[in-house]
Design a protein around this ligand. Structure first.
Ligand code: PGA
Length: 238
């Protein structure tokens, strides 16, 4: 299983220090780490500290600009990620698509750039409530459209299905919603499939039991070390 934590625009270097000091007291057995992977996506200013402290986990960037370096004010390029040994990146999160206006073409451009440089890509997709309300076919057509320009055979790909209406709302998608979406996504790619959207310690067991769910992408419930650790300890029962 893959347990990924997306801190979004939360935490500072000092709170990240406290977070991982606490997390490190929990500990993971070698057998757990052989079967599972923990990935943290801290904000940029926490990447270095997280990398130093969370040696049991993969540390990834929530975003980056598709260039090595250059005249891209306010952006972070590949050279900066490489300087911190960051080899994993989140692309296509709905908050970037919707709040920051990232188009499918730009997501595809980012994907191609970071794939060329062999980064592990956690590629996010998910429909809005308006699309969901149009029915199964409209939802599947929309999800398929979010793969335009994306190499679904890329060997370092993880896909995260995150229905927008379930993100940060406290109400995750239902068992059947997730099962339907993930079985459709399985026809598109062989990559591990994560579910994200209001995952917490109470619903994680059921979500992990759904066929074609290979892990979780957790936002709000990852912000406290103990909460996220509890989620990682949930045993799958497929
Ligand atoms: P949430 O966020 O767990 O707070 O719903 C998930 C995400 O957006 O990755």
């Amino acid at each position: 299983m893959i347990f990924a934590a997306n801190f979004k625009c939360n935490h500072t270097p000092s709170s990240i220090y406290s977070y991982f000091c606490e997390f490190n007291t929990f500990g993971f057995s070698p057998s757990f780490l052989a079967e599972n992977e923990i990935i943290f996506f801290p904000p940029f200013i926490g990447l270095e500290r997280a990398s130093e402290l969370a040696t049991f986990a993969t540390i990834g960037a929530q975003n980056a600009y598709p260039a090595y370096s250059g005249a891209f004010s306010g952006e972070v390029g590949l050279a900066m990620l490489e300087s911190l040994h960051i080899r994993t990146i989140l692309i296509g999160h709905s908050e970037r698509r919707n709040l920051l206006g990232e188009s499918q073409a730009f997501c595809a451009q980012k994907f191609a750039f970071f794939a060329t440089h062999h980064l592990r890509i956690v590629y996010c997709i998910g429909e809005s409530l308006a699309t969901k309300d149009k029915g199964k076919q409209a939802t599947q057509d929309f999800l398929a459209s979010q793969f335009e320009g994306i190499d679904t055979d890329y060997e370092n790909l993880i896909v995260a299905y995150e229905p927008i209406w379930a993100i940060g709302t406290g109400v995750s998608a239902t068992h059947s919603d997730i099962q339907e979406a993930h079985s459709f996504l399985r026809t598109i790619c062989k990559a591990p499939l994560l579910y994200g959207g209001s995952v917490n310690a109470n619903n994680a067991t059921e979500i992990l039991s759904i066929p074609n769910v290979d892990g979780l992408l957790v936002g709000s419930a990852s912000l406290k070390a103990n909460d996220f650790y509890t989620i990682t300890q949930i045993k799958e029962s497929k």
